[in-house]
Design a protein around this ligand. Structure first.
Ligand SMILES: [Zn+2]
Length: 102
């Protein structure tokens, strides 16, 4: 009796293996897509979709992308300037009102 090896397997087994391979490949693909979806994050501010490799930060349970954080930081950095402007404006209005004798 000839031992069964990959070389002398009957043809229909070959066919069966091909079908099995296809199923396995498809399952791998499904698992991959699911895995990727788990890593998928959407920026709360700009709505950009990012994967794990893209830098994103969780703020208040929501994801914010690096670009939006940068803009946010710039806005925060200007906060002091805004406050000064507002205070100056108030001061000027007060001085003007006093000058008018109100
Ligand atoms: Zn963003």
């Amino acid at each position: 009796m000839i031992p069964l090896t990959d070389d002398n397997l009957p043809n229909h087994d070959d066919q069966r293996q091909k079908v099995l391979d296809t199923i396995i490949e498809r399952k791998k693909m499904d698992a991959y897509v699911e895995h990727r979806l788990k890593d998928l994050k959407v920026c709360t501010i700009c709505g950009q979709i990012n994967y794990r490799k893209t830098p994103m930060k969780k703020i208040g349970g929501r994801w914010v992308c690096f670009n939006c954080l940068k803009e946010l930081k710039e806005a925060l950095d200007e906060l002091d300037m805004w406050e000064e402007e507002i205070a100056l404006e108030k001061d000027m209005t007060r001085q003007f009102d006093e000058g008018m004798g109100i």
